[in-house]
Design a protein around this ligand. Structure first.
Ligand code: ADP
Ligand code: ZN
Ligand code: ZN
Length: 662
């Protein structure tokens, strides 16, 4: 398969695709006397600029109507061995079709971009202790494993709280699959948050294991990729893009923490690793096993319908207890830390314990609410929360574009104490410093994560007891397994609930349950305090009670009522421009064209400003297209996008099955 002199020494022609939005291949001449196999990268002139592309086909003769001499040569081959695995071209074609991008863009998302492999093959992550041994399974685990193994291409869901032994079942399913002579893909959400699992997999499988994550240098990624292609590694653990790993004879895909939003790509093509895994498992006749303590609404509805078998793990094998979650009503509290939370912080400190304060990663700072009763203003058309725009003093719906003046009084209770609210990390940090000068605090968030070694340093001092309060976003969860921790505060559970997004309740619920679940596992004698302006809201009550079934019964009924996924499918088209009028022009033209060709059961919401209306100096508008099923909607949008000419300076981004509408 490597670079070969072509037999007759004559010129071969190469079909090359590039990572550009144009969905076509370009023909080049191969270097004299060399044949470059399909799946290798080459450098060639695309117009006047040099670009790297993938060889997707070879030909003996030039394209029809062209003289041999008129075909440009490639500049140089970039690989000596192909990067494609057995199903790569087919998967790229499917990805391009499904997520409305070109084959070249699909390949760019799937394949490593590194150029040269590092000369020194260092271990992928760290040095692992020798092979971990598997434990004797509990009867529930045993049953789950036997159901998973019963069908060589079945689909199962492992549902159980933190510490119920899901990882061990995944690992033993992987072992059994390897014994069948088939390969394994083990997906985790973000490596930074799931280090223990990655280490467990690496330890269990040693040299056979390849690790793919975003922290690898491109060249390391390439060398891990080659180990998989060569068959030296047949167990792959990694984040989202590892779903494309060229594991031959795939027998099992595990998706751990299936509900996590990071499985969906945030840039084009906006694929969902779960969807890609389903496709691969169907094509390659492999098992798919999903798992979480808080399944996604999609998965839960499949399980309720009976089309996805749910395997329950109900016992906390590692000990721990169901967490005690105390809801604190923030109405009438003037500060970010309620009197109750403040009291607990002081008590824990006096007893020599430590606390963790959890803030949501993506809080939307401008939501409008009644400070007396907590009521929030919703769109009368879409029933999602209206977002307050301070600069214009208007409340805006980011689905349909509806807007209104903020009310003077609460429509529910008549109180005049209405306004916008929300607090971020800095505000909480300032308040802690002002009210608790004796507490030493540290912050963990995207800023600290960006500084090399900083996160580890902070976690080390927290473990050593030098810090009393660890404050921050999701990352603070890493501190939850430290023995000194006695209190976990969720500073404002509502921040995700108020996002103008139909998944707001689901996200809030899973976040609280996950934090509380971990606290229950690692801090069995501690407590969780959940601060909210909406203590009576079902989301908070179900979350505090860890009642997943109750939550989804209510949530899915609401989704059905409002026609949101999983009872509909959505394609979102975003229009971006430095000039607002260009973006509006593009969005309006598109919505008009869509109105002419969309199937009768599809709806067009918008154009409306995106909730994050401006990003890096560009305006963002969107049109949200929704239909009961994907088929007709997808076909017509796909056709529409082929013909649609956006105005100059207006760029278009398509998101099929968006997980967020921000
Ligand atoms: P989960 O993935 O559901 O959070 P894990 O698989 O990480 O749970 O298991 C939690 C802890 O319980 C781990 O320390 C693991 O070693 C231990 N454990 C798992 N299965 C068993 C078992 N059958 N017997 C004893 N301990 C177990
Ligand atoms: Zn009110
Ligand atoms: Zn609306």
């Amino acid at each position: 398969m490597s670079l070969q002199p072509s037999e007759d020494g004559g010129p071969a022609f190469l079909e090359v695709v590039f990572p550009i939005p144009l969905d076509r291949a370009f023909t080049y001449r191969a270097p004299p006397g060399l044949s470059v196999p399909v799946g290798c990268r080459v450098e060639a002139l695309l117009g006047t600029r040099k670009a790297a592309g993938w060889v997707v086909g070879q030909a003996r003769t030039p394209p029809e109507g062209l003289e041999e001499g008129a075909v440009k040569p490639i500049l140089r081959p970039l690989d000596t061995e192909p990067l494609f695995g057995p199903g790569t071209p087919e998967l790229a074609a499917w990805l391009a079709g499904m997520y409305l991008c070109s084959r070249g863009e699909a390949l760019a998302a799937m394949l490593p971009s590194g150029r040269r492999e590092p000369s020194e093959p260092s271990p992928p992550f760290e040095d692992y202790p020798p092979l971990g041994r598997s434990v004797t399974l509990s009867s529930e685990q045993e049953f789950a494993l036997s159901r998973i193994l019963a069908d060589p291409s079945g689909r199962k869901y492992l549902y159980g709280t933190t510490g119920s032994g899901k990882t061990e079942v995944f690992l033993q399913a992987a072992e059994a699959t390897l014994k069948e002579g088939r390969g394994v893909l083990y997906l985790v959400p973000e490596i930074a948050l799931t280090r223990q699992v990655v280490e467990a997999v690496s330890r269990r499988f040693g040299d056979r294991c390849a690790v793919l994550h975003s922290g690898l240098s491109p060249s390391r990624r390439l060398s891990e990729w080659r180990r998989i292609l060569s068959g030296k590694a047949d167990v792959v653990v990694g984040a989202r893009s590892a779903v494309f790993a060229p594991v031959a004879n795939l027998g099992l895909v595990v998706i751990d923490e299936e509900h996590e939003g990071s499985y969906k790509s945030g840039s084009s093509p906006r694929y969902h690793a779960r969807q890609v895994a389903m496709k691969r498992c169907a094509d390659e006749k492999a098992r798919l096993v999903l798992g979480s303590a808080t399944p996604s609404a999609e998965a839960w509805s499949l399980m309720s319908e009976g089309s996805l078998e749910r395997l329950n793990l109900t016992r906390r094998l590692a000990g721990g207890a169901p967490p005690v979650v105390e809801i604190v009503d923030m109405r009438g509290e003037g500060q970010a830390l309620s009197r109750r939370l403040a009291e607990e912080l002081a008590r824990v400190k006096s007893e020599g314990g430590q606390s963790i304060l959890f803030l949501n990663r993506r809080g939307f700072s401008y939501f409008f609410r009644c400070r007396s009763c907590g009521a929030e203003i919703r769109c009368r058309h879409c029933s999602v929360g209206l977002t307050y725009h301070k600069d214009r003093n208007r409340l805006l719906c980011h689905y349909c574009g509806y807007s209104e003046a903020p009310p003077r009084a609460c429509p529910d209770c008549g109180s005049l104490d209405v306004g916008w609210a929300g607090f971020g990390t800095e505000r909480v940090e300032e308040e802690l410093a002002a009210r608790f000068p004796g507490l030493s605090t540290a912050r963990l968030d995207a800023d600290t994560a960006a500084r090399k070694g900083e996160t580890a340093r902070i976690l080390d001092s927290f473990r050593d007891g030098k810090i009393d309060v660890l404050l921050g976003t999701q990352m603070v969860a890493k501190g939850l397994n430290f023995p000194g921790v006695k209190l976990v505060g969720i500073v404002l559970a509502d921040t995700t609930l108020n996002l103008p997004d139909f998944r707001a309740a689901e996200r809030t619920f899973s976040l609280v349950v996950q934090v509380a679940g971990r606290a229950g596992r690692f801090v069995p004698d501690g407590r969780v305090i959940l601060q909210t302006f909406r203590p009576e809201s079902p989301v908070m009550r179900f979350a505090a009670a860890q009642d997943v079934e109750g939550f989804y019964a209510a949530e899915l009924a609401a989704r059905r009522e409002l026609g949101f996924p999983p009872y509909s499918r959505i394609i979102r088209v975003v229009f971006r421009s430095r000039k607002a009028e260009r973006a509006w022009e593009g969005a309006r033209n598109f919505a008009r064209a869509a109105a002419r060709i969309l199937p009768a059961d599809a709806e067009i919401l918008g154009p409306a400003e995106c909730p994050i209306a401006a990003m890096a100096g560009t305006f963002r508008l969107h049109v949200v297209l929704r239909a009961p099923s994907m088929g007709g909607l997808h076909r017509s949008v796909s056709g529409l996008l082929r013909d649609f000419e956006p105005p100059p300076d207006c760029r278009l981004e398509t998101d099929v099955d968006p997980v967020s509408l921000l």
